[in-house]
Design a protein around this ligand. Structure first.
Ligand code: SF4
Length: 381
């Protein structure tokens, strides 16, 4: 049915360049590779969960390199074979209590008590129910979950889970009702548990989801619940991180080798524009670091989303394309034209320069520059 709605879902894989860029992702939903989270759950790591965060992070870093090598070796084998191998060396209890994914989950829950999941670093004690600058407390609040047919063609049908709350404050936000203007009191204490989240994964995969797509708002404030759900789910589809990428280096260390595919936003190429329009003062530094971490530590498979903004081609769009071209190995970029004035831009007169749609001339300028650089963008834009 969905292939009738979006014929490009079938034809997109005929493009060799795209196939090469997303080979691992594709093989996971074809059942030829094991999702990363499942291997992380089978990878034995000796640790004492009562050690302090610094020591646990050191252990995590020590085992990151070993896990990466082990994953490369095992990812294309049948899962049963890997399980057999693992259980000849360790008991089931040992693996359940001391695996690489569990270590990550313990560290994330520890960070929650002085939260630094994102670069806002507001250090809110969310474990005690306090509300962080992202607008949520220690629970995860899901606004909706459904099969999304509007994403890029290699991604759909996508099992998308929208979370309330956001770590940056885009003044033109088009999802403001779930990012910023929701009434937490209405559902406080009735958040989505890890078990409920895992059952959403199952239900989405039953409806033929090709991936589980964590989005929002922003998924970052919910990392602790998402990782707990990954400890119990059984679905065999790629895990997709769809985010503004305003995560701290520590958060990135913990998640970079778990997600199979990434949909990172790249909005601005300087901290000034990011501060003015999204209240994200270290945006460009964090984004550059985090993009490189996806390639150096993770799957290296992603579709960048760049939303072209009015009056921002020279200061943001073109420098982003330059940076992507010079610094990333396998860039695949969706150059998006769907900006429209919304939220604070409509409510105040502080942002007249972005109070209109992007012009045809601006889109042409950005897309022809991408062509000039030889960037691969058409099949996902
Ligand atoms: S995720 Fe929320 S609570 Fe945590 S540092 Fe960011 S804004 Fe603060």
């Amino acid at each position: 049915m969905w292939s009738l709605l979006r014929k490009d879902v079938m034809t997109v894989w005929q493009q060799v360049e795209l196939k090469e860029r997303l080979v691992r992702y594709r093989e996971i939903f074809q059942g030829k590779r094991i999702p990363r989270y499942k291997l992380a759950r089978l990878f034995f790591v000796p640790f004492d969960e009562y050690k302090d965060r610094g020591e646990l992070l050191d252990i995590h870093e020590h085992y990151h390199t070993k896990f990466k090598a082990w994953l490369e070796e095992k990812q294309s084998l049948p899962l049963e074979k890997v399980e057999q191998e693992v259980y000849t060396k360790h008991t089931e209890t040992e693996i359940v209590n001391n695996n690489y994914l569990k270590l990550k989950s313990i560290i994330l829950n520890d960070i929650l008590s002085s939260c630094e999941f994102c670069e806002t670093r507001c250090k809110t004690n969310r474990s005690e129910g306090k509300v962080g600058k992202c607008g949520v407390d220690g629970e995860a609040y899901v606004s909706s979950s459904f099969i999304h047919m509007g994403e890029e063609s290699p991604i759909i049908p996508s099992g998308t889970i929208f979370f309330y709350g956001c770590t940056i404050d885009c003044q033109f936000c088009q999802n403001w009702d779930i990012s910023h203007e929701f009434d937490l009191q209405r559902f406080k204490g009735r958040g989505t548990s890890s078990v409920e989240l895992a059952s959403m994964f199952y239900s989405l995969v039953k409806q033929n989801a090709r991936n589980i797509n964590f989005v929002g708002g922003e998924p970052t404030p919910n990392l602790h619940v998402i990782f707990e759900a990954l400890l119990i789910t059984q679905v065999d589809v790629p895990m997709l991180w769809n985010s503004n990428m305003y995560l701290t280096e520590t958060s990135m260390k913990l998640i970079s080798d778990i997600f199979d595919i990434w949909l990172p936003d790249m909005k601005y190429s300087n901290n000034e524009c990011a501060s003015k329009y999204s209240k994200a003062p270290v945006y460009w530094d964090a984004l550059k670091r985090n993009m490189k971490m996806i390639e150096q530590r993770g799957s290296g498979e992603y579709v960048i989303r760049h939303l072209v903004m009015p009056s921002h081609t020279k200061c943001c769009s073109l420098p982003i394309l330059d940076w992507v071209n010079e610094n990333l190995k396998t860039p695949l970029i969706n150059i998006m034209a769907q900006y429209h004035p919304d939220y604070k831009v409509l409510q105040t007169d502080r942002f007249p320069e972005i109070g209109r749609r992007v012009s045809t001339g601006e889109m042409h300028e950005v897309r022809s520059y991408a062509d000039k650089l030889g960037l691969y963008w058409k099949s996902v834009s």
